[in-house]
Design a protein around this ligand. Structure first.
Ligand SMILES: [Fe+2]
Ligand SMILES: [Fe+2]
Length: 194
């Protein structure tokens, strides 16, 4: 399936709002890929499919998990909105024929982040937060930072997410905390080496 076929399939599968968001993420991810010299085709594929598992209600979601034996971790099982990454990666392989492990990983971890992310994973994670349709306090600052210093922007988006999840009194995924500590430490080590 090529990118155009996938877009068409997504247009049918997703709500109008989600499709528009997806196109915004695709556009932003392309710009970041160009800025940082990432593999454009991997970035496009991951950005396009990142939310392909999102427009399901909790009943459909649980049914999909059960019938396809998708393994949710303990936190994803409790906080189902976090599960659309792992489900999306499953769908990307099963329904869209994606077999690139880095693309599947970028889809899988776009909801929480993870330690030691690749350039493709970082770009997709960030593009999701800063696509042109996103409106929240601080988004413009994060957009500008994203084109100046990718890792600082990732760190800021982890910090924003962690604060937001806490303010919503929701369960915070430990993977996001690990990801945040990992990149902070890596940046400090790099600063020390210079
Ligand atoms: Fe998502
Ligand atoms: Fe998204």
């Amino acid at each position: 399936m090529n990118i155009d076929d996938m877009s068409e399939k997504l247009r049918e599968k997703l709500s109008h709002k989600r499709y528009k968001h997806t196109m915004g993420v695709l556009e932003m991810a392309r710009r970041l890929a160009e800025r940082y010299g990432a593999d454009v085709s991997k970035v496009e594929l991951s950005a396009l499919l990142h939310d392909c598992g999102k427009d399901m209600d909790s009943r459909e979601l649980l049914e999909y998990v059960r019938s396809n034996r998708v393994e949710l971790d303990e936190i994803e099982a409790k906080q189902l909105e976090l599960a659309h990454g792992v489900i999306g990666a499953h769908l990307a392989r099963a329904e869209f024929g994606v077999d690139d492990t880095e693309v599947l990983s970028a889809i899988r971890f776009h909801t929480t982040g993870k330690t030691d992310m690749t350039l493709v994973e970082k770009i997709v994670y960030l593009a999701d937060f800063i696509e042109e349709g996103r409106k929240y306090p601080g988004v413009q600052l994060l957009r500008e930072l994203s084109f100046e210093d990718l890792d600082s922007a990732i760190l800021l988006s982890f910090d924003n997410t962690i604060k937001h999840v806490i303010s919503q009194k929701k369960i915070l995924h430990t993977r996001t905390v690990e990801a945040r500590n990992f990149i902070l430490e890596q940046m400090e080590n790099m600063r020390g080496a210079n």
